[in-house]
Design a protein around this ligand. Sequence first.
Ligand code: C5P
Length: 402
Amino acid sequence: MTALAQRKIVLGVTGGIAAYKSADLTRRLQDVGAEVRVVMTPAATQFVAPLTFQALSGNPVHLDLLDPAAEAAMGHIELARWADLVLVAPASADFMARLAHGLADDLLTTLCLATDAPIVLAPAMNRLMWRNPATRDNVALLQRRGIRLLGPTAGSQACGEVGEGRMLEPLEIVQALSEEGAGQGRLAGRTVLVTAGPTYEAIDPVRFIGNRSSGRMGYAVAAAARRAGARVLLVSGPSQQSTPPGVERIDVTSAAEMYRAVMDRLGEIDIFIGAAAVADYRPAQAANAKIKKDAETLTLALERTEDILQAVAMQPRPPFTVGFAAETHDLERYARDKLARKKLDMIAANWVGGETGFDSVDNALEVFWADGHASLGRQSKDKLAEQLVDLIAERYHAKHSA
Ligand code: C5P
């Protein structure tokens, strides 16, 4: 069984000469056990007749958004819900532009807006259209939202030019989808460990040093990684958040316990995301009995805790390692410094002390990696987590295909 067996795939065909290859693609997808329903844009029907796809897929071809007969059989929302995966091949420059800007002016764009299934595009266009800054920006925007691209490749083009813009061959598309487990999430088959929440460092049996972290961001990241198909381990300090569905939670209290819990599982994980607000210092000696208030002043000697993130990143074969940085000033400088010094793959930095940050529902993140940067604007921590996990998946796959 391949990853595509019994998957329900909406195959979107847009207007380009490569549309003729999608007839073969329909067949190839069915060969590996997928169920295919074809949606064509009006321009696509100029290249290949809908009847071709109807005969090959064994299902009526969906053409119009506002066709009462088609809507009565399977409406566009039903189709959007039916899909496990939306594959658009060929994806034209015009289609990607409309998708990037959230237009819903035909059945295919509407369906893409209305589905929560993963969307994969196989672009095909003239090499200059592919290289055009407008297309580059649209592609970057779509990828930031978690839409995956397969190809294009370089080669001779229908227009007589030679360059990048050729659609992948149908077999290559099927292979790529099967291997990466598309339709089951971008992190299918990977194990992600997320640390979340504060740590409590004992002063005596009843008192501790803690911080204001609610754990909300880490829990949202764990939930998003799980939705992306990963096995997720959540090592959590004391937090009121409820465990996201399907996530394995390991409760800890102190930095030392969190360190142990993470180190014990290092062999199992592909991606480490350190979202916990780990205490940097702990009382050097926790008192065995409650400290009495005899003295006018009390001095506590503190010692450094283990730097969990650094310990993970310094392993001989580290997982893809993502840190967080909460800063009150010089955000980029400190974040980039931490990225390099701790040998991280990525760092997500946010401003604290203002309206966003530790205990708030909203947050905003500036994400840095060695040769890139993305600003994830202010929004709920759930949405932010979704985008961050998309970025992590993208960089993780880029690193492993390099
Ligand atoms: O250097 P700084 O503590 O600001 O780095 C913050 C990042 O390091 C966060 O990702 C946090 O989870 C992680 N961290 C850690 N262990 C510590 C301190 C911080 O994993 N002892």
